[in-house]
Write a protein that binds this ligand. Sequence first.
Ligand SMILES: [Zn+2]
Length: 329
Amino acid sequence: MITNPVRVIPIECKFGPIAAFAYYVDAPEPAIIDTGVSISASQDIEPTLAQHGIRIEDIRWILLTHGHVDHLGGAYAVWEKTGRNAKVVIPKKEARLLRDKNEQIVDYKSLQGKYITDSAIQEKHISMLTTDIGGIIEPDLEVVDGDSIHLGGDITLSVIETPGHSIGSVTFVLEGFDWAFAADAVQMYGGLSGMPTIENSRLYRKSIKRLLEEVRPKRLFLGHPFRNKDGHLQNAQVECKKVAEVLKASLDMDTKLKDLVKRHLINGRHAEQHELYGPFGSIADEIGYTGDPRHLPCAFFVTMNGYQEELIGTEIKREEENRNDSEKV
Ligand SMILES: [Zn+2]
């Protein structure tokens, strides 16, 4: 049983208008959870740790919650600064994104890129994505649900799969404290762009419910400041009673998005192509969304695509059920 609180240092990694949090976890074998983008190691991680008297080269574990560029982009630079001594850990389902920059392009093209018709803008996005990754790494460990990582002494992180934001996102839970490093698995009402990023809405909902009902964290460490219902950005480190509020807000937004996509797509209004929002123009209209999908990152297309896929999937299932019913008759 651990009695001393573990020191966690949030590190704000800034790039452009965005910031992503990395978290230093103090332990006999110190860990960093997520790494910002390629410039973050020198620009934010090393100086912030130095203010606390910690040397970046002493980090022994680089733990990545998922494969998005703003979380794994800095992994190579941090790894280099440890003399390549730190072990690099990533969810098994997203290891390909650490090994091969082309996999980032494949994902981009199958999500946001699908709705960006201007090839010059696509090229700009792809070049931004690939330059934000410092270098490719072969991971030391590919984790799945139920795995544990021992940071020495009594300090252990368990791995909980929390997919949905991305297909392979995990949450690292500090055992004995129930502190959950969920990063982007929890999105509330969305980040800067005003829309949560949800690649798979069904999995996202399931993961939030699991955190709320089963994991029940006492602290939540998120990847970005996310908005509350009123649109105000909230602190990315959440404690006590606020944890459940944040998880419930995420479920509320999910319900709203699911309903929105269902109503608009069933009514067939999506057939009209909007100049900026493609098939989802009427949805942007209804919610007053004004973000520009030509800038990265754009949650709008990724999330609309996710809910649309769930809707289509549901419809196929319903047809099958109907067919089964009629066969019985
Ligand atoms: Zn992400």
